[in-house]
Design a protein around this ligand. Structure first.
Ligand SMILES: Nc1ncnc2c1ncn2[C@@H]1O[C@H](COP(=O)(O)OP(=O)(O)OP(=O)(O)O)[C@@H](O)[C@H]1O
Ligand SMILES: [Mg+2]
Length: 250
């Protein structure tokens, strides 16, 4: 199983939106895919239509020790696509942290039971350099970082870069991409052009600023299901092809 984590220190940049859309496309392409929601806001599950009442029942079974990691997965209504909702992810993480039985790589241990059942895990992280984020850096094959082309967003990226420059994370592969791109804005255009030249380790595809993505909260579904021919749906589709090629080389 390959693992991609959507991460950025900065909030509201498009981590969850991207996690859900890329996971949907991966599942459509035939990969058994799980979105693992590590953000207490629980938005990934919400976008994939996961019902809160189902969650409550599972959480109590989890606490009683009756639920293993692979069983944390809840099938979505899309073929090949399941979710480990935030509530369950975080409770299980807390339990493991308390016991400390898996030592430093507790998150890796947590993902292990998924290994055989799934081809791809996409982790949706909270916007913070927390302990669980550090574990994710040790686990993910690709750290996928959405960036809005703005000076503040680029500064947050530099902070992440400095943090992950520490030796223990020297293996982490950071891949960035631009999102919420509005080509009518001069500053965005300038950043887009100069950064492309300066940093080749970046996806070629960018996601435009598009209201169809905001509509995901209304439809509680990936953009490809209700606006298949929209610009952002097509952009995510091209981006998925790019990410798939990267995964093949890992
Ligand atoms: N390309 C886009 N164009 C327009 N709106 C977008 C785009 N991407 C995301 N959004 C909107 O921006 C808001 C934040 O997106 P999202 O929740 O994906 O960010 P996030 O990085 O996961 O945030 P958080 O750090 O709070 O978890 C949402 O309302 C979403 O609909
Ligand atoms: Mg989010």
């Amino acid at each position: 199983m390959k693992t991609i984590a959507l991460f950025n220190i900065k909030g509201g940049v498009g981590k969850t939106t991207s996690a859900v859309n890329l996971a949907y496309l991966a599942a459509q392409s035939g990969l058994r895919t799980t979105v693992w929601d590590l953000d207490p806001q629980g938005c990934a599950g919400f976008y994939l239509g996961i019902d809160d009442s189902e969650l409550q029942q599972r959480a109590s079974r989890l606490i009683e020790g009756k639920l293993g990691s692979d069983e944390l997965r809840i099938a979505s209504s899309y073929e090949n696509l399941s979710v480990v909702p935030a509530d369950l992810s975080l409770r299980k993480l807390d339990l493991m942290l308390e016991k400390q039985e898996a030592g430093k790589n507790f998150f890796k241990a947590l993902l292990k039971p998924l290994d055989e059942a799934q081809d791809l895990a996409i982790i949706d992280c909270a916007p913070a350099l927390s302990r669980s984020a550090e574990q994710v850096f040790n686990t993910a094959d690709i750290l996928l970082v959405p960036l809005i082309p703005s000076p503040l967003s680029l500064r947050a990226y530099e902070q992440l870069r400095e943090f992950t420059a520490q030796k223990k994370w020297s293996d982490v592969k950071i891949v960035r991409f631009f999102t919420q791109v509005d080509r009518r804005r001069k500053i965005q255009n300038e950043i887009l052009e100069t950064r492309k030249k300066r940093f080749p380790e970046m996806l070629k595809t960018y996601i435009p600023y598009a209201s169809a993505l905001e509509q995901m909260g209304v439809h509680r579904a990936p953009v490809g299901t209700f606006a298949a021919s929209s610009a952002p749906a097509l952009a995510y589709s091209v981006m998925w092809s790019e990410v798939k090629r990267l995964l093949k080389n890992i």
